[in-house]
Design a protein around this ligand. Structure first.
Ligand SMILES: CC(C)(COP(=O)(O)OP(=O)(O)OC[C@H]1O[C@@H](n2cnc3c(N)ncnc32)[C@H](O)[C@@H]1OP(=O)(O)O)[C@@H](O)C(=O)NCCC(=O)NCCS
Length: 434
């Protein structure tokens, strides 16, 4: 995996993990050299001039169980938080982005559409819709001041962006107020100028001003220090298109028609009582979800307002379905996915890959496998090309059986100013960030 890889739009190709390891042993045989080269190849031996100055788990402390779990630095009095924004290079200025303004939302949309995350081979780039951005950035209690842009002073063009939204995240039995940091983006022409650290420091300052001292974020790159590392899995819904655009490849000894048949799904969901979630379901879904998420080491602490915002279906943004028992009318199971298309770069026939991303799923009566097969069926009906899922929560239990294939990108999860004693298994994580 290349160091600039930021994963998700990635295609389900087998990564070649062997070559580096083989190389190490050929070059030198002293144990120390082998260890150092292994660490370099795993990125943990790299210097991080910025991240080494931040209150995050440091690589040198890996495995040191004497360090307590919890905040790394205590909160400082609000009067001691820096009152003025950090300095930008003189040609640039800070701007707070109001996503309710159609013009500003379009500017953010275009910056991300042209400069945000690509796969390793630069074939696909995330194309978050404006409705999605408004949804992702306007949860209950959001702060407009956390939607931060950078403009060029001369022409006022938006050239960089970073956001936070507030969340309550439970870590074991502590509920911690956090910022979820997302949409860090620097225009392609301004890369490698150390603008990202200034963006991160500025969002951190504005989070501190709201008396919040922890954050959660994900990245495709290895930084100090992941709390867990997850893998994306992909389930073809429209295999012909996925193969035509280079997202996937025809398997060995497979024909196109056999492949299409392999991924074919029934026309309608199999579970009696499977239906779209409605506003009246918010209390029942909240109970179901809270109970389910309590088993994971790190998970959001959702109340009814959060569930209404994050899980009530919104066209082209988020889809949620549940199983209401035809006999008792009890809500017993729940599944959801969000809509995140990617631009297909340089294909003559297709310009957009329509992808669904598994979000939160809860099974109590319907087997998870059957529930997720129904999710695939409705996603196919809605014309998605692919259904993606991380190996978080209990997802491993259905991925292989439902014909998901492993992707080539990894997604690392991080906490800011909160130390975990040990890394988690992906199955211990109950958090999906957008
Ligand atoms: C991510 C991005 C903003 C980084 O900007 P850049 O110009 O490449 O890097 P800069 O010179 O400004 O800063 C480099 C520092 O930022 C850190 N950094 C890079 N990507 C990061 C990320 N995704 N999250 C947190 N820190 C990151 C680097 O590790 C480095 O710090 P270090 O020296 O301590 O290791 C830019 O590459 C970009 O917009 N990429 C496409 C979108 C994307 O991948 N966004 C992140 C999604 S998680």
């Amino acid at each position: 995996m290349g160091d600039n890889n930021n994963s998700p739009p990635g295609s389900p190709k087998e990564a070649d993990h062997d070559s580096d390891a083989n190389q190490i042993v050929k070059d030198d045989s002293s144990l120390e050299t082998i260890v150092r080269k292994f660490q370099d190849s795993m990125s943990v031996g790299k210097r991080h001039a910025f991240w080494e100055t931040q209150p995050v788990g440091q690589f040198k402390d890996l495995g040191d169980v004497s360090l307590a779990e919890g905040p790394i630095e205590p909160p400082t009095p609000l009067s001691e938080v820096k009152q003025e924004p950090y300095n930008l290079p003189t040609q640039y200025e800070w701007t707070t982005c109001d996503l309710d303004s159609e013009d500003t939302c379009t500017e953010v949309y275009n910056l991300l559409k042209n400069n945000y995350v690509e796969d390793d081979e630069n074939m696909f780039r995330f194309n978050y819709s404006k409705e999605f951005l408004r949804w992702a950035l306007h949860p209950p209690g959001y702060f407009r001041s956390w939607h931060i842009g950078v403009r060029a002073k001369t022409n006022k063009k938006l050239v960089a962006f970073i956001t936070g939204v507030p969340a309550r995240i439970r870590v074991r039995d502590e509920i911690v107020k956090m910022a979820e940091i997302n949409f860090l983006c620097v225009h392609k022409k301004l890369r490698s100028k150390r603008l990202a650290p200034v963006m991160i420091k500025e969002v951190t300052r504005r989070v501190h001003l709201e008396n919040i001292w922890q954050a959660a974020y994900t990245a495709g790159v290895v930084l100090p220090t992941p709390i867990t590392t997850c893998q994306y899995w992909h389930r073809s819904l429209n295999p012909k298109k996925l193969i035509d655009v280079g997202f996937s490849r025809l398997g060995a000894r497979m024909t196109m028609s056999r492949t299409i048949k392999l991924y074919k799904l029934p026309d309608s969901p199999a579970t009696p009582g499977f239906r779209k979630m409605e506003l009246r379901d918010v209390p029942a879904v909240t109970r179901l979800l809270r109970n389910y998420l309590s088993q994971f080491v790190v998970a959001p602490d959702f109340d009814e307002n959060d569930v209404e915002h994050w899980l009530l279906p919104e066209e082209n943004v988020v889809d949620s379905y549940l199983v209401e028992s035809p006999e008792t009318h009890e809500v017993t199971d729940f599944c959801s996915f969000y809509t995140l298309p990617s631009s297909i770069l340089g294909n003559q026939t297709y310009s957009i890959l329509k992808a669904a991303y598994s979000y939160y799923n809860v099974s109590t009566k319907t087997p998870l496998l059957q529930l997720m097969n129904d999710a695939l069926i409705v996603a196919k009906k809605k014309d998605f090309d692919v259904f993606n899922a991380l190996d978080v929560m209990q997802n491993e239990s259905f991925l292989k059986e439902l014909k998901f294939g492993p992707g080539d990108g990894q997604l690392h999860y991080y906490l800011y100013n909160y130390r975990m004693r040990n890394a988690l298994k992906p199955s211990e994580l109950g958090l999906v960030l957008l």
